[in-house]
Write a protein that binds this ligand. Structure first.
Ligand code: OOG
Ligand code: NI
Length: 316
């Protein structure tokens, strides 16, 4: 059948064929991510070795340049066309960033697998407010987004392929951006690549379902967590708990022949606690929608630092 659930207005786009294609695309984005980021892969394997059932993704995250049609919308269209709904905007004035998050279609098929074969994740897409950057930085960003032809139309494709739509920059351009905004430098060399996936800890079955135990377990296994503002990021209402690793680095061959390592992606963990109005529900009846939804500026502001030089060079 075309429409999925009776209670929801049937969406013309929630055909099963679309969902299979959509999940295949997410799978490719994830494969690119796991091949480039050994820490993310190792942590997923490690969690799986303890929790051998399902690992659910809380969200996927992407970064973009907010200029010439290359901003949030360029990646969001793929998700909106597959039944996602736009939710709140978040602002980060000091970082010159804004973000939007998108909730997955409630009509998606209940897949019992892990990651992209499980419940569809939320999506968090941010953009650099390019107009607020220095003239020099703007010139570099405009040059590459203009070089990309209509690359903004193929954001999801670029992410699934692991390709840059705008070709490789010069090392000096990367450094110029890094001096002003680590986010800008990251986006110049990683483009639309998946920035992170987030493990939904409360949906795990072992004691790792508590994010505090998961953090300890990860550190005990020798991985470094982002310590900005403390390892555990807690929303003011106390209901959204997040942590993340420090990004891996990858060798990058710049267009002027310089070979340098650049920050790549990281993996995040999120525990969403049950909302106060549902606190008396028996645990077996608690569903995802009974828990704290959305994102939190204060948490996100610190999670962005997972790709910063300060975190990458910090001693464990
Ligand atoms: C996104 C950082 C914010 C969250 O869950 O709040 C974030 C990024 O590093 O691009 O992931
Ligand atoms: Ni995140």
């Amino acid at each position: 059948t075309v429409s999925a659930s009776k209670s929801d207005a049937p969406s013309p786009l929630s055909h099963q064929g679309d969902e299979l294609f959509f999940r295949d695309a997410l799978k490719s984005m994830e494969t690119v991510y796991l091949n480039r980021n050994p820490t993310a892969k190792a942590i997923l394997d490690l969690v799986h070795s303890i929790d051998d059932e399902q690992i659910c993704y809380d969200h996927l995250a992407f970064r973009t340049f907010g200029v010439n049609g290359y901003g949030i919308d360029s990646m969001a269209s793929f998700f909106l066309d597959h039944g996602y709904t736009q939710q709140e905007e978040l602002r980060f004035p000091a970082k010159k960033l804004k973000a939007l998050w998108f909730s997955p279609p409630s009509s998606s098929t209940q897949y019992g697998g892990s990651g992209v074969n499980g419940p569809l994740p939320r999506v968090f897409i941010s953009e650099l407010l390019v107009d607020q950057m220095s003239p020099k930085a703007q010139e570099i960003i405009r040059k590459y987004t203009e070089k990309a032809g209509n690359g903004n139309k193929y954001a999801a494709l670029a992410s699934a392929l692991g390709s840059l739509t705008w070709g490789k920059p010069m090392y000096s351009e990367f450094q110029q951006l890094a001096g002003e905004s680590e986010y800008a430098a990251w986006t110049l060399v990683n483009g639309y690549a998946l920035n992170h996936v987030t493990i939904s800890t409360h949906r795990l079955k072992s004691n790792l379902r508590s994010i505090k135990s998961l953090n300890e377990f990860i550190e005990k296994n020798g991985f470094k967590l982002n310590s900005e503002g403390g390892v555990l990021k807690v929303s003011p209402d106390g209901l959204l708990l997040q942590s993340s690793t420090v990004a891996d680095s990858i060798p990058f061959c710049f267009s002027d022949g310089v070979n340098e390592s650049v920050p790549c992606s990281y993996i995040e963990f999120a525990e969403r606690l049950v909302l106060p109005q549902y606190k008396d529900l028996p645990e077996s009846e608690v569903k995802e929608f009974h828990r704290r939804d959305g994102f939190e500026v204060g948490n996100a502001d610190k999670i962005f630092e997972s790709t910063s030089k300060e975190q990458l060079t910090r001693r464990a």
